[in-house]
Design a protein around this ligand. Structure first.
Ligand code: M6R
Length: 615
């Protein structure tokens, strides 16, 4: 939800900020803007559209100079995406300028007060209210920008990561965060500001991640001063060494990040295993579980909360946990859980799953569960993310940066981590016997190479996509471990191709969706050998006798479904609980190829953003 970038130092800020915005475009891409200051002139350029559009507008201006710059790529919340609502926003005097990721929830009463005091507003945004509130405090109390930001933020309710500067104070930018991420890159006499570290990794590997409720004054004269927004108390900044490199955030020869990330899955799953899955020793090592093993063994119930694709991974985990570890599991949409007064007991464990580690609803669910005494465990991809810090313990997926808005490798690595946890607990509880445990560990180790084998179906899947690209609807059916994969397949198609798709448990078809079936309805059926196979074959017969088109995702060597389906895509044989790691691959590729053939923007689908940091 919006990306922010800033630079303060000795170089030209413009190219650094523009390149940084491009890297953060996954966070929002309906408008973009930049403010540059060269010590004399403050120049703001902004436009509806993408960062490339901003560059075109900037080119016409021919005055993009300054060694202080802040830029923004927007996912609109308050006010439609247009030039005026784009960030940065000025204060009324024209002295202060701000970029903001988040929402100021009480902007309306604040705006009314400011209007009563003579302020005027040009945009519909909450951000313009915030910058004028800061100005109002600064003018009335005759204080520094830093102090004015602190006081103003104490009046604001909501979420924010902001960067503000005052053109009368050269060489200083004030930043703050609450609920939205903000990293400060620390170089030699230069500083970078960004929603994540990707905009500055080629300049520095040292970064400060502000904690929620912290602000910092970044000054070329005085370096960095971090303090608490609440009371101004000074905080010792912790400078971290970054773990990502440039290669990881570039496309590496692929046309799209999504395709690159689909193909990275064998490698990503191996990274998830690294140091944890040790089949020859018969061991799964996971510090977050090992250190809290009693809590897990005594848990009466596991509640999984997540959103979107991460929620689908949670559903797969429900089946896997109950199969192996025999612990009751409930899976909840974080957005529902947080608002429905859920019953949470002290011996419940809440597992929060989030690729970004920033999803607002998931974060709120975590805070609620903590308040009510539950132990909270996080499964996140982004190291150091807000959720990974808010949870009592956790396990990273180690999938590497996922930039395509449609989650792919995050999903399979989340399932991998959760399966490892289930098996680790099953062993400790004795709910599976030793030989079964060893067999499972060895089979699991095979999954990266089986994913690679599944990826070899790509050309066939592209041909099938050509056949179905112009259909307006698609059904996805699966059972058991693969019911959540059907949901995930439908979500992938919807979000990047804008084709209407629905996922259903295969057996539910006859309770309603079967009415939709005719020659215009393609149905993707996940029908692996051990997953209630005969029953799913009957479902396929039912579809065929109503002229539906069937694309079967089948186990290698299956001949029965081949005889009745319109197309089959084979996956290698594995144990049924592990099949989601394979069956999901053709569905990712199918939606990818359809979207490409329809000319859609695969990596940045309309209306979406990678991290949903607003409600
Ligand atoms: O970062 P998170 O895993 O918490 O994100 C949750 C969802 O917003 C995310 O999975 C979303 O559904 C993806 N666009 C799906 O591809």
């Amino acid at each position: 939800m919006c990306g922010i970038v800033g630079y303060i130092g000795h170089r030209d800020a413009y190219p650094i900020v523009i390149k940084g915005l491009k890297r953060l475009e996954y966070r929002g891409y309906d408008s973009a803007g930049i403010a540059l200051f060269d010590g004399n002139t403050l120049e703001v350029t902004k436009t509806k559209g993408k960062v490339a559009d901003l560059e075109r507008v900037a080119l016409q201006k021919n005055s993009m100079k300054g060694s202080i710059g802040i830029g923004h790529t927007r996912w609109a919340t308050h006010g439609v995406p247009n030039d005026v609502n784009s960030h940065p926003h000025y204060s009324n005097s024209g002295n202060l300028v701000i970029i903001h990721n988040g929402i100021i929830e009480n902007y309306e009463p604040l705006k009314k007060e400011l209007i009563a005091r003579g302020y005027t507003f040009h945009s519909d945004t909450d951000t313009e209210v915030l910058i004028n509130l800061i100005e109002d405090v600064q003018v009335n109390e005759n204080i520094s920008l830093e102090k004015a930001v602190q006081i103003a933020l104490n009046q604001a309710i909501g979420a924010y990561a902001i960067a503000v500067f005052d053109k009368r104070v050269d060489g200083e930018v004030v930043v703050a965060r609450l609920g939205s991420p903000l990293a400060i890159g620390v170089g030699e006499n230069e500083f970078f500001i960004a929603s994540d570290a990707s905009p500055f990794i080629e300049y520095t590997s040292s970064a400060i991640y502000l904690e929620d409720g912290e602000m910092a004054t970044i000054s070329l004269q005085k370096e960095i001063c971090v303090s608490k927004i609440k009371d101004g108390a000074l905080v010792d900044p912790y400078i971290q060494k970054l773990q990502i490199n440039l290669e990881q955030i570039e496309k590496g020869g692929f046309d799209h990040f999504m395709l690159k990330e689909i193909y990275e899955q064998p490698h990503a799953i191996n990274d998830t295993f690294r140091g944890r899955l040790l089949p020859n020793e018969g061991v799964i090592k996971m510090a977050g579980i090992d250190d809290n093993i009693d809590k897990f063994l005594n848990a009466k119930r596991i509640i999984i909360v997540a959103c979107g694709t991460s929620w689908h991974a949670g559903l797969v985990a429900e089946y896997i946990f109950e199969e192996f570890a025999r612990i009751p599991v409930e899976v909840e949409y974080a957005s529902e859980f947080r608002y429905r007064n859920p019953i949470i007991n002290k011996d419940d464990i809440l597992i929060a799953i989030s690729q970004s580690g920033e999803t607002a609803d998931t974060m709120a669910a975590i805070k609620l569960a903590k308040q009510r005494g539950a132990f909270v465990f996080g499964v996140c991809n982004v190291v150091g993310s807000s959720i990974s810090r808010e949870t009592h313990a956790g396990a990273y997926t180690h999938a590497g940066p996922e930039i395509g808005v449609a989650s792919t490798k995050a999903f399979t690595t989340q399932i991998t981590v959760l399966a490892l946890i289930a098996l680790r607990l099953a062993k400790q509880k004795g709910s599976i016997d030793n030989s079964q445990y060893h067999y499972l560990l060895h089979e699991m180790e095979q999954m990266p190479s089986k994913v690679t084998e599944t990826l070899e179906q790509n050309d066939l899947i592209e041909q099938i996509a050509e056949v179905y690209k112009d259909y307006s609807d698609c059904l996805y059916l699966g059972r058991g471990f693969n019911f959540p994969v059907a949901l995930e397949g439908a979500l992938k198609l919807k979000e990047i191709s804008y084709i209407h798709a629905e996922g259903y448990p295969a057996a539910e078809m006859k309770h309603g969706p079967i009415a939709l079936i005719d020659e215009n309805m393609p149905v993707v059926v996940i029908a692996t050998k051990k997953g209630h196979y005969e029953k799913v074959v009957s479902n396929i017969q039912e579809i065929k006798s109503r002229k539906g088109k069937v694309i079967g995702i089948v186990t290698k060597g299956d001949t029965s479904i081949k005889a009745i389906a319109d197309h089959v895509i084979e996956i290698p044989e594995t144990l049924e609980p592990f099949t989601p790691l394979l069956t999901t691959i053709p569905l990712q590729l199918f939606s990818y190829h359809i979207a490409v053939k329809l000319g859609k923007n695969v990596d940045q689908p309309r209306n979406l953003a990678k991290s949903v940091t607003v409600e």
